[in-house]
Write a protein that binds this ligand. Structure first.
Ligand code: HEM
Length: 171
């Protein structure tokens, strides 16, 4: 049994079809203004989020060593969070009109698995490696664990963008 069958068995697919059939969802999907606007904002938000994350990842990997990572993080993280919130809101709007199809789309499923992996990697980094940032602050080479975390994070976020783009090809 795959994830799609499981969702159908649990009655979740039926709930998603209810979401698709709401007047709000149908009007939104039929709009030549609101739907493309949500799509555009989704892409801009993703650019802020992924751009900020990759900038930080490059610092962790060892580029821009003259830049203080604490100051850099405090500058770009608010942009990343703002991008994340707008990406989630617009993503939910784009999701609603074809919700029951998206959950069965392997690219959509992979995108979410990679988002989860990026989130876990961030938590591990924040509560682990980041605590030693004082020792590799200014100009020092970053520890191997920070480099590994930066490489993983960049790969996960690029993967989220790749699988986000792949979704309509597998529909
Ligand atoms: C937060 C990180 C996210 C990233 C990096 C991301 C990335 C992307 C990308 C690159 C696209 C393709 C845009 C295009 O070329 O038109 C896309 C489309 C889409 N995203 Fe996201 N997304 C994110 C979050 C979400 C969330 C939380 C949802 C839903 C709950 C979502 C739902 C969608 C949907 C439904 C589409 C349209 C797919 C289609 O073309 O049929 N996204 N996303």
């Amino acid at each position: 049994m795959n994830a799609c069958d499981l969702l159908r068995q649990q009655g979740i697919t039926a709930r998603l079809e209810d979401l698709e059939n709401l007047d709000f969802t149908q009007n939104f999907a039929a709009s030549n203004f609101w739907y493309p606007l949500a799509e555009s904002l989704h892409v801009v938000a993703v650019a802020f989020l992924v751009g900020a994350m990759i900038f930080l990842d490059l610092r962790l990997i060892g580029f821009y060593r003259s830049q203080n990572p604490v100051r850099g993080a405090s500058r770009v993280l608010p942009l990343a969070w703002a991008g994340f919130v707008v990406a989630v809101v617009t993503g939910c709007l784009l999701f609603a009109p074809q919700a029951s199809r998206y959950v069965c789309n392997p690219a959509f499923q992979t995108k979410f698995a990679l988002m989860l992996a990026a989130g876990i990697n961030m938590l591990v980094f924040h509560f682990g490696i980041w605590k030693s940032v004082g020792r590799w602050n200014d100009g020092e080479p970053t520890p191997i664990a920070a480099k590994a975390s930066g490489v993983l994070s960049a790969l996960f976020w690029i993967g989220v963008v790749y699988y986000g783009r792949l979704v309509p090809f597998l529909a």
